[in-house]
Ligand binder design. Structure first.
Ligand code: HEC
Ligand code: HEC
Length: 284
């Protein structure tokens, strides 16, 4: 059985036992089920780490990395292979080393990752969720694919802060709080939807205001304002359809790089939480 269906099946089974809270469901879910759900929906790490063809992710290459991902005068980005291949992926890394790369931006050899993966937000990923993601990474097929290291003509931060330790689970009973966690540390919606400055996204003054420009094979897309100003006039259902299907109320399709194919797998509870959070943002 496909693991995603297994995960949905399990949630249904737990719900059928009656009265079980979402926090209870999270425990019952198990690490791999939780990791599978996150990786195939809101976390969407594959949006950067899996090679994309004209029809979406290239089959047989899940998380195998992409050379020549993105180039600006400041940097040339190659996205690493994070499959368990021992020579070209992360098969020899310990769980702690993988977690340090995701939350601290530090490789096992001490080298820092450049500021392209949203480390600043990933620092807030809970211990259980980052472990769930590692559990998923351990069981994807190992793919041999050598990817060079990125080149930066700007300084790479010597650190992203003190080593992250002990991030508790975020309770799911308040949708605004849980939605903030999904749209921030897990899904980095707000990294794409906040104007970028030289020191990172301007969360303090323009959180969710949009304006980030993404050139690509699709032409050029501009992240939209997802604060109540930008979403005024849209119903919750319309917002959810934009996120999970990439289709606007007038039927037009939204452009990449927003990972709609992954978001289509989100549960309706998680979509509701995200909408509740977006509605709570200061209007910009
Ligand atoms: C916006 C694109 C992007 C997203 C999203 C992203 N990554 Fe990355 N990731 C990168 C890039 C680029 C690097 C390499 C950074 C560098 O070259 O300095 C990297 C590096 C890594 C590394 C270190 C691998 C190595 O060999 O150095 C790991 C592990 C990793 N990412 C895991 C993840 C996981 C897990 C997620 C989702 C929770 C994720 N990444 C989401 C772009 C991304
Ligand atoms: C990799 C960058 C990226 C990520 C991650 C991302 N978005 Fe987007 N988003 C965009 C871009 C670019 C557009 C505009 C696309 C277009 O105009 O065709 C957009 C459009 C939207 C729209 C449509 C708004 C409208 O007025 O029609 C909504 C809503 C939205 N995003 C919400 C989210 C949420 C919620 C998340 C996280 C679950 C998210 N986005 C993650 C880049 C991103």
């Amino acid at each position: 059985m496909n693991t995603r269906f297994k995960c949905v099946y399990l949630l249904v089974a737990v719900a059928a036992l009656g009265g079980t809270s979402f926090a209870g469901a999270a425990k019952a879910e198990g690490l791999l089920e939780r990791g599978t759900y996150l990786m195939q929906s809101i976390a969407a790490c594959g949006n950067c780490h899996t090679p994309q063809g004209p029809d979406g992710p290239v089959p047989g290459m899940e998380l195998a990395g992409m050379a020549d991902f993105f180039e600006l005068p400041e940097f040339k980005i190659h996205v690493p292979n994070i499959t368990p291949d021992k020579e070209t992926g992360i098969g020899t890394w310990t769980d702690e080393e993988i977690i340090a790369a995701i939350r601290d931006g530090r490789r096992p050899d001490g080298a820092m990752l450049g500021p392209f993966m949203p480390i600043g937000l990933y620092r807030g990923m809970s211990d259980n969720d980052v472990r769930a993601i590692v559990a998923y990474l351990r069981q994807v097929p190992a793919v041999r694919n050598e990817v060079p290291r990125s080149k930066f003509n700007i300084p790479v931060p010597p650190s992203y802060g003190p080593p992250v330790a002990n991030v508790p689970d975020v309770p799911r009973d308040d949708p605004v709080v849980y939605g903030a966690y999904l749209a921030g540390p897990i899904g980095h919606c707000i990294e794409c939807h906040t104007p970028m400055t030289e020191t990172g996204p301007d969360f303090a003054n323009r959180l969710g205001a949009g304006g980030f420009v993404f050139p690509g094979p699709w032409g050029t897309s501009v992240a939209r304002n997802i604060t109540p100003t930008g979403l005024a006039g849209l119903t919750d259902e319309e917002i959810k359809k934009s996120i999970a299907a990439g289709v606007r109320p007038d039927g037009s399709k939204l452009l990449p790089p927003m990972p709609f194919g992954y978001y289509a797998n989100m549960t309706s509870e998680d979509l509701d939480a995200i909408v509740a959070y977006l509605r709570s943002l200061p209007p910009r």
